[in-house]
Ligand binder design. Structure first.
Ligand code: GLA
Length: 447
């Protein structure tokens, strides 16, 4: 019953992929199945998923499309619209984890905006097989596929890597007639990222991609895996008969592709949170618990925070305050109070800057510009916040005005970086979207 929002993917985009896969595989375009795997945003709940915190998320109407046909044997053959080369392997080959630099964390993830060597982009498909194999699924059927990220979009900050991982999981499962529920796929994608690629991230990204539903806010408690969809109070029909919203989602791109060398890596912050948890658990007589901040009671943090180094107090402060903002945000969303929801997003953005210390100058400037833009309800970094983009919720009828304001003002502050955005949009106006899904044959199956 998904509502198809914002015309992504268009029928012509889908047809292009069907034809490409038909050409690669020698099969009929009607046989081609498609995975639609959207990018995600996290309005509230940044950087607390890996500590077992509560997060909120939704998907947007941009993302990954993967067209495929099941092979007649175990062979996997993949090509990409963004990456060079061809990925070739067999689903019955045993896949072993890759090793990744501890300090670089997210900066090592693939960037869909630039061509990559085969060895890098093929990792997500191999990682999906690793995840399925390590939970006892031994697949027999490979795929011939073609993968494509939303055109001209610098996807860093939107979790393109989880969207890619989920897309491969859904394709391999479909080709092998495996029925897998979203929570199992959340775990499989965690195995791709944590075990196969060595990133210490949480389950926010894939939860958003697998669980979201149009117009709802997805809530996930990353410790208990309890999740629910928070419906807004009322959704009107727009003039085309689609459900419309009072808000749009703005994505403002910084032009930064690489993490600045002075930026601390994602994994380093995760370790700092664990160190803070360890000290607090010891101080409160709970040292037998796993050192993650969700095992620390907020009152124990208040009593024992003086035992932490100054930087660790800030990381824990971010964790506890962000958890509270998420819970308040659910109520604001459920009651349709977009102003309060927006204020919470902005406060979350500030905590990322002051407590989690994960921004860098251009991203902070972009955040500040967004807050001055007409109609903006709230803004923050999107994703890991070491490069990439910022997101904002904006009143729908002022979205265009806000987008051009941000574009002009950011250009004044960062002319060099802004000029790197020539090939893609500086600011994108998006709508919320649905969860990842597989479709076959006709477009009507999107509904
Ligand atoms: C990345 C990680 C997520 C999450 C966010 C920050 O997207 O993959 O697990 O930690 O950063 O909220």
């Amino acid at each position: 019953m998904g509502v198809f929002s914002g015309h992504w993917p268009s029928e012509s985009e889908l047809d292009k992929i069907r034809n490409k896969v038909a050409e690669l595989s020698g099969r009929d375009a009607q046989e081609v199945r498609l995975v639609i795997s959207p990018y995600r945003i996290c309005p509230l709940g940044a950087h607390i998923d890996h500590q077992g915190g509560s997060v909120s998320a939704m998907t947007i109407n941009k993302g990954i499309l993967l067209g495929f046909v099941p092979s007649n044997d175990s062979q996997v053959t993949l090509q990409s619209a963004q990456f060079e080369g061809e990925v070739l392997f067999r689903v019955d080959e045993v896949q072993l984890p890759k090793h990744m630099s501890e300090t670089n964390g997210l900066t090592e993830q693939i960037d869909l905006s630039t061509p990559q060597e085969e060895c890098k982009w093929g990792n997500y498909a191999r990682g999906a097989i690793y995840a399925l194999q390590s939970r006892g699924n031994h697949l027999k059927t490979g795929i011939t596929g073609f993968i494509c990220g939303s055109e001209g979009l610098d996807s860093s900050g939107l979790s393109s890597s989880a969207a890619v991982g989920v897309a491969y999981l859904l394709a391999f499962e479909s080709a092998n007639d495996l029925v897998v529920c979203p929570t199992e796929n959340i775990e499989y994608d965690r195995l791709i990222e944590n075990e196969y690629l060595g990133l210490k991230n949480g389950i926010l990204d894939q939860s958003a991609i697998l669980l979201s539903s149009y117009g709802c806010l997805t809530f996930m408690n990353c410790k208990t895996i309890e999740h629910k969809l928070i419906h807004p109070p009322e959704v009107q029909n727009n003039h085309e008969g689609e459900r419309g919203n009072a808000y749009k989602i703005l994505l403002a791109f910084s032009g930064l592709k690489q993490a600045l060398t002075t930026s601390p890596g994602y994994n380093r912050r995760v370790v700092e949170c664990q160190e803070a948890a360890k000290v607090l658990l010891q101080a409160s007589g709970n040292e037998e618990l796993e050192p993650v901040l969700s095992n620390v009671k907020p009152e124990d943090f208040e009593v024992h925070k003086s035992k932490l180094e100054a930087n660790l107090v800030k990381r824990a402060e971010h964790y506890f305050s962000e958890n509270e903002r998420v819970l308040k945000g659910l109520d604001a969303w459920a009651s349709g109070n977009l102003k309060e929801f927006g204020d919470l997003i902005t406060a979350s953005g500030l905590s990322s800057i002051q407590n989690y210390e994960c921004g860098c100058e251009p991203l902070i400037q972009l955040y500040e510009v967004l807050l001055r833009a007409p109609g903006v309800l709230g803004a923050r970094f999107s994703g890991a916040g070491f490069r990439g983009c910022c997101l904002a919720f904006v009143e729908a009828d002022r979205a265009e005005e806000a987008a051009s304001f941000v574009k002009n003002e950011y250009f004044k502050l960062q002319p060099n970086l802004a000029s790197h955005l020539n090939q893609g949009p500086a600011v994108l106006i998006c709508d919320a979207s649905d969860s990842a899904r597989v479709i076959s044959n006709t477009f009507s199956q999107l509904d």
